[in-house]
Design a protein around this ligand. Sequence first.
Ligand code: CA2
Length: 145
Amino acid sequence: MLKKILILNGPNLNMLGRRENDIYGIDTLDDIKLMCEQEAKNNGQTIVFRQTNIEGELVSWIQEALGEFDAIIINPAAYTHSSIAIHDAIKAVELPLIEVHLSNIYKREEFRQKSYISTVALGVICGLGKTGYKLALNALAEHDK
Ligand code: CA2
């Protein structure tokens, strides 16, 4: 079982619950963090939950996860659709990683329908709101059991 999980969140996710509630729901990122802490506890996992608006910070955190964490859950937000740097970092560390999106990116604008992350992810969850984070933790708890 993959026990130590790093959960990363990209740009503007710190705004959750304040705007665009119709797309992203009413929960704040702190609410999602609390839900993840609860789920991880039930699963016997430990988590570190982070958010940044800076692409390079995500790259550094992914690199630093090597030897520190068993797996990564990431919502790269808008960098999903543009970041070769995040793609390369994920490929380099070879840690199991689940890509999560609150919204169904395939039902939205065409520019959101391309992910640079999916090809280096173990799995992808989108369109299920905050439940996607919970499902990702549960999938990692089951992985390689
Ligand atoms: O559906 C998702 O989780 C996304 O990763 C969210 C990103 C978006 O760029 C991706 O295409 C899909 C945007 C997060 C921004 O969240 C906001 C929340 C409230 C107000 C403004 C932005």
